[in-house]
Each structure stands twice: as structure tokens, then as C-alpha cells.
Design a protein around this ligand. Structure first.
Ligand code: B12
Ligand code: SF4
Ligand code: SF4
Length: 218
């Protein structure tokens, strides 16, 4: 039987983190899967590993991730699926089963330690039970005690109203080239969050993600 600890060990030097897991229920629509373990990045740890291993190719982060994760998954006897695989797997729903993350007013899940500075890169689907799969801990959302909610007022085109993200307004601003220059500064709303500034991505990583986002919106 595969142990959770052996999965953590397998990813220890990759720059990616094992982000908890859960036992799927029938409503999850994962027939034959007895354990799901999430892999992601949190804070600053992934970027140096990616920078060292990236190649000159389209979607370099997706391809690097697959080169790192898929062989480890195969060794562990799991199938790896990725957030950009279509049809989309419900990574944010899965994440909320695996660790104490909560939806923020920006749509991104907020983490008690890493704030908004984290993402998911893969899920390992196991046909067998993973031994020692940690029970999800509970902790309140940092947003509950955030009175001012500066994330909701920092966007120049008010793309967030706390319920819906106006992707068209955001993409229009990015294309306009007008100030503030979100493509180089990063999303002003995400940056306004006071939680976990020590885990903020580097400017280089932020620029990389923003460029990918701008490309995806044509
Ligand atoms: C399509 C998509 C987008 C689209 C549309 C988002 C939207 N309005 O729905 C676009 C291209 C606009 C987008 C943008 C971004 N995205 Co996006 N996106 C996805 C993707 C690939 C699929 C979402 C989906 O339809 N899932 C299917 C449904 C069934 O899954 P679900 O978990 O049940 O659905 C949840 C989401 O839809 C969420 N949701 C609802 N409204 C919004 C709005 C936003 C902004 C987000 C992030 C989520 C969100 O609520 C649901 C329940 O929790 C996911 C990966 C994935 N497979 O989930 C990433 C994902 C949601 N995105 C992510 C991120 C980080 C971003 C960006 C911040 C990227 C960036 N530039 O750095 C931007 C936000 C733009 C900005 N201003 O910075 C992360 C969020 C991580 C986290 N901490 O929660 C994810 C999980 C990918 C990852 N690798 O981890 N994204
Ligand atoms: S600024 Fe406040 S409400 Fe917004 S994401 Fe951060 S903690 Fe949550
Ligand atoms: S990237 Fe800029 S325009 Fe888009 S949501 Fe963030 S702050 Fe608003």
C-alpha cells in the first residue's frame, strides 16, 4: 500500500508540494478512484526549480509540470491529471476537500499560511487507498476577519464585486495598456491582500503568469 509520506518524499526535491488529499465519494464522479492527492505550488518554492528545468516551448509551465509529475505518478501507481486538461476537473472543489482553503472574493482560494500565493498543478488519482492520508484540518478563512477587504477596491476596472469576476473588463484593461500596468505589476486586487506578503511570488513569476493570462484572452 502506498503511504502519504512516501508521496511527500517523492516530491521533496521537485519544487512542488503535496497539498493533502481526500477519499472521493460517489458524487465526485471518479469511479474506481479510492484516493486523490493534490500537488501544487505554494509561495516561492516552485519558481527556481521551474526556471532551471523549463524549455523553450509553448505553455512551458504546463509541460515542465508534466515532465516532473507524470513519471513520479507512474512510479507510485497513480494517474496524474492537470488543471488545464479538458474537460476541466474541479480542482478548486477538490482543494477544499484536501486542505483548509476557502473561496476569497476574488475567486482564488485563500490559504491560511500562503494567502493567495499558491496554485494547483496536478492531482494524483489512486485506484487503491493511500495509507495515512491526512484528515483535512479546519481553520477559518482569513477573509472572515478582513474588515476592509482591500482586494475589492484595488482593481482599476472594478472587475470583482465579491461574487463574480468580470473577465471581459479585466482583459479589456490589460489590452488597453493603461495604468496601472497589471501585466508587469501583477493583478492589483491580488496584491492588495494583506495576508502572507512574505509568500508573494517574485516579480518574475508574477510577470510570467500575467503574460500567460493575457495570451489566453487573445
Ligand atoms: C478557466 C479558468 C480560468 C478562466 C476563467 C475563470 C472564471 N471566471 O471562471 C480565466 C482564464 C479567466 C482564469 C484566470 C485566472 N485564473 Co484560473 N482557472 C481556470 C480553470 C482552468 C478552470 C476553472 C473551471 O471552470 N473549473 C471547473 C469547475 C467545475 O471547477 P470547480 O473547482 O468546481 O469551480 C470553481 C471555480 O469555477 C471557482 N470560480 C468561480 N469564479 C471564479 C473566478 C476566478 C478568478 C477564479 C480563479 C475561480 C473562480 O468557483 C468554483 C468552486 O470553487 C482552473 C483550473 C481547474 N481545472 O479548475 C483555473 C484556476 C481556477 N485559476 C487559477 C488562477 C490562479 C487564475 C489567475 C489568478 C491566473 C493568474 N494570472 O495568475 C487568473 C485570474 C485573473 C487575474 N485577474 O489575475 C487557479 C486558482 C488557484 C487558487 N489559489 O484557487 C486555478 C485553480 C488553476 C491552478 N493551476 O491552480 N482562470
Ligand atoms: S483582502 Fe481580505 S477579503 Fe480580500 S482576499 Fe485578502 S483577506 Fe480575503
Ligand atoms: S489584472 Fe488588473 S484589471 Fe484584471 S482583475 Fe486584476 S487588477 Fe483588475
Amino acid at each position: 500500500m502506498i503511504s502519504y509520506q512516501s508521496i511527500v518524499s517523492a516530491f521533496a526535491t521537485t519544487g512542488l508540494a503535496v497539498r493533502g488529499g481526500f477519499v472521493p465519494a460517489s458524487a465526485d464522479g471518479l469511479p474506481g478512484v479510492r484516493s486523490v492527492v493534490l500537488i501544487g505550488n505554494a509561495g516561492l518554492s516552485m519558481w527556481p526549480a521551474f526556471a532551471a528545468g523549463r524549455r523553450d516551448e509553448p505553455d512551458p509551465l504546463d509541460h515542465w509540470t508534466k515532465r516532473v509529475v507524470d513519471p513520479i505518478a507512474a512510479d507510485l501507481g497513480a494517474t496524474a491529471v492537470h488543471p488545464n486538461d479538458k474537460p476541466f476537473h474541479p480542482f478548486q472543489r477538490w482543494a477544499q476537500r484536501a486542505e483548509p482553503v476557502h473561496p476569497s472574493p476574488l475567486g482564488i482560494l485563500i490559504h491560511p499560511v500562503f494567502g493567495l500565493w499558491h496554485a494547483y498543478r496536478a492531482a494524483l488519482l489512486f485506484a487503491e487507498a493511500v495509507d495515512g492520508l491526512l484528515e483535512r484540518t479546519n481553520s477559518p478563512s482569513p477573509c472572515d476577519s478582513c474588515v476592509e477587504k482591500p482586494c475589492l477596491t484595488a482593481c482599476p476596472v472594478s472587475a470583482f464585486n465579491g461574487k463574480v469576476y468580470n473577465v471581459v473588463a479585466c482583459a479589456g484593461h490589460l489590452r488597453s495598456g493603461g495604468p496601472p500596468d497589471c501585466p508587469s505589476l501583477g493583478c492589483r486586487a491580488r496584491d492588495a491582500c494583506p495576508v502572507a506578503p512574505q509568500h508573494r511570488y517574485t516579480d518574475e513569476q508574477i510577470g510570467f503568469h500575467m503574460a500567460a493570462f493575457v495570451r489566453s484572452r487573445g
